[in-house]
Design a protein around this ligand. Structure first.
Ligand code: NAP
Length: 246
């Protein structure tokens, strides 16, 4: 029996958090998945092992998305081992919460270099290396809507990502590639939970009318929709997935 070629999805920052749930979901949807990681090699290897054991196709690729040469390597290795890419999920990101006045040059540069330049690097590579008919899903945040104190730099990086999303969707005219972003509200991962008191976590949990924290799987479902057959007419949009927070 000839094996049907699976579509291929790269998920950046996919060893843990939302990215891990997205990789798991896209594998279940039938994609061969590339689990990109920067430092969580044990988690990346374990995810690949679990996915392969479950009958899916998966590889792990170490790369710092803020470095253009690393990003080229993600695409090179994917093409060598699996084939040309159909879906790019730009999930990798960092968040440091502090008032703008207290933000060091280092925090500013690191946040922009991973969240903005990292997304720029993968988008630029995808422009020539994604199959026609492909999908790109970027990651923003609902803080672009809530504008909470302490989030100026982080939300600023994601506002840039939202603009990249809208403009790039137009630049890819003629390729049948959609470019959208998911903008989660608070999700129970290290990025959100680290450094917050139980009281503050409770407060965030009750903020949305659905009165709970989001789970990584809630976001993976939205990504699955945008990457899958039913999401094909959605293009250049920012999908806020936040239980109705904003
Ligand atoms: P997380 O649990 O802290 O995970 C972050 C992921 O990003 C890790 O897999 C990490 O990889 C990866 N990463 C960081 N720097 C990287 C780099 N230079 N190159 C490649 N990968 C890198 O965060 P999360 O909550 O899953 O967040 C995922 C995305 O959702 C982010 O873009 C975030 O801004 C967005 N988001 C999250 C929330 C939330 O409440 N959690 C809300 C709105 C938006 P390693 O572990 O290998 O270093």
């Amino acid at each position: 029996m000839t094996q049907v070629q699976k579509k291929i999805a790269i998920v950046t920052g996919a060893a843990r958090g939302i990215g891990a749930a997205v990789a798991q979901r896209l594998a279940s949807d039938g994609f061969a998945v590339v689990i990109n990681y920067a430092s969580s090699s044990a988690e990346a290897d374990a995810s690949v092992e679990n996915l392969v054991k479950a009958g899916h196709q998966a590889i792990a690729v170490k790369a710092d998305v803020s470095k253009a040469e690393d990003v080229r390597r993600i695409f090179d290795i994917t093409e060598q081992k699996l084939g040309t890419v159909d879906v790019l999920v730009n999930n990798a990101g960092i968040m440091k919460v502090m008032p703008l006045a207290d933000t060091s040059d280092e925090v500013f540069e690191q946040t922009f270099s991973i969240n903005v330049q990292g997304t720029f690097n993968t988008l630029r590579e995808a422009a020539t290396r994604l199959n026609n008919g492909g999908r790109i899903i970027n990651f923003s945040t609902s803080v672009v809507g809530t504008n909470l104190p302490g989030y100026a730099v982080y939300a600023g990086t994601k506002a840039a990502v939202e603009t990249f999303t809208r403009v790039f969707s137009k630049e890819l005219r003629g390729r049948n590639i959609t470019v959208n972003a998911v903008a989660p509200g608070p999700i129970a991962t290290d990025l959100f939970l680290n450094g917050k008191s139980d009281e503050l976590i409770q407060q965030f949990s009750k903020a949305a009318p659905l009165e709970r924290l989001g789970q990584p799987e809630d976001i993976a479902k939205a990504v699955s929709f945008l990457a899958g057959p039913d999401g094909g007419w959605v293009n250049g949009q920012i999908l806020r997935a936040n239980g109705g927070l904003v």
